[in-house]
Ligand binder design. Structure first.
Ligand code: ASP
Length: 309
């Protein structure tokens, strides 16, 4: 009998926020965990990851849903993905502006369409037609942060077009969200949601809607990645981890090998990921300064801001 398990992340990067903001994010990720665990008890791994991610989207503490960052022209375009390892069905949305909860739109695509990824206006159209809640305007805090960044950008203090990877490392604002779960029937699922990276070009699509890059779930393993989308798409950590586990490597060995590989190929401060296998073993790894996580089985629960050793 598998031991049901839910693991969440609140982004790999550099948490430089004031203590009260970090404390609020820790409370929010812990509450998201408890919320997701209720669905894990009564429902499936798929429901648990979607509900936990939707809770984090609504909290405003993370770069997803209400807390989504703004692109260079001040708009929000969000990505999300969800995969049910049992049915191997996937739903993902790219550069969507309409829904308050992009992860719920991803679930609609998984359950009700024959497609895998919908992007832009098509995704927004479906969200509206399905009666999903509409995203309210960005908070004052997000607008203030955006204005500060644009000012710096105009003064040449942000060298955006020298490479947005460097920019994202510099800003260190990668507090995106993700979840992986194993339920009591041995089914695995993963979900991710993000506003992307600050000052991205409109139309930019990160790793979060790309199966095998930002997320994956199958019969043996569920994975959710976070970090620089461009690096994650190039290195495909989620599908690599599944392949290694299918070849017989343990989940922790597979995770270590992939973290080493991405760090060697793309440098430090680029990636973090969480994974669970069908035996309830987990892997949590990152090469950034921090990663916020929450871990929960029915008898043990905690939320932590992890720091790189
Ligand atoms: N991976 C996300 C993206 O690049 C950002 C993050 O994980 O924080 O869109």
């Amino acid at each position: 009998m598998p031991k049901p398990l839910l693991i969440l992340h609140g982004g790999a990067g550099r948490w430089r926020a004031p203590k009260d903001r970090i404390d609020k994010a820790l409370r929010d990720i812990y509450n998201a965990l408890e919320h997701g665990l209720r669905f894990l008890k009564s429902g499936s791994a798929l429901e648990a990851v979607v509900e936990a991610v939707a809770y984090m989207e609504d909290s405003g503490s993370f770069n997803a849903g209400l807390g989504s960052i703004l692109s260079i022209n001040g708009i929000r375009e969000m990505d999300a993905g969800v995969m049910d390892g049992y049915s191997m069905r996937i739903g993902a949305v790219a550069a969507t502006r309409y829904p308050k909860n992009p992860v719920r739109l991803a679930k609609v695509i998984l359950e009700k369409t024959d497609h895998v990824i919908l992007a832009g206006s098509g995704a927004d159209f479906l969200a509206e037609r399905m009666g999903l809640e509409k995203m309210p305007p960005p908070s004052n805090d997000i607008i203030r942060r955006y204005n500060e960044l644009i000012e710096k950008y105009k003064k040449g203090e942000i060298t955006y077009f020298k490479g947005n990877i460097e920019l994202a490392k510099e800003l260190g604002l990668l507090d995106t969200v993700g979840a992986v779960a194993l339920d009591q029937d041995g089914r695995l699922a993963s979900a991710v949601s993000t506003g992307g990276v600050w000052l991205k070009l409109p139309g930019r699509v990160g790793d979060s809607p790309i199966p095998g890059a930002g997320f994956w779930a199958d019969d043996l393993v569920a994975v959710a990645a976070t970090g620089l989308g461009e690096v994650i798409i190039r290195s495909m950590p989620s599908i690599r981890l599944s392949i290694l586990v299918h070849q017989g490597y343990s989940i922790s060995k597979s995770g270590e090998l992939i973290l080493d590989y991405v760090t060697r190929m793309c440098g430090l401060n680029t990636i973090g990921f969480i994974a669970v296998d069908r035996n309830g073993e987990e892997y949590i790894g990152f090469n950034t300064e921090h990663m916020m996580i929450a871990y929960g089985s029915f008898d043990k629960k905690y939320a932590k801001l992890l720091s790189r050793q």
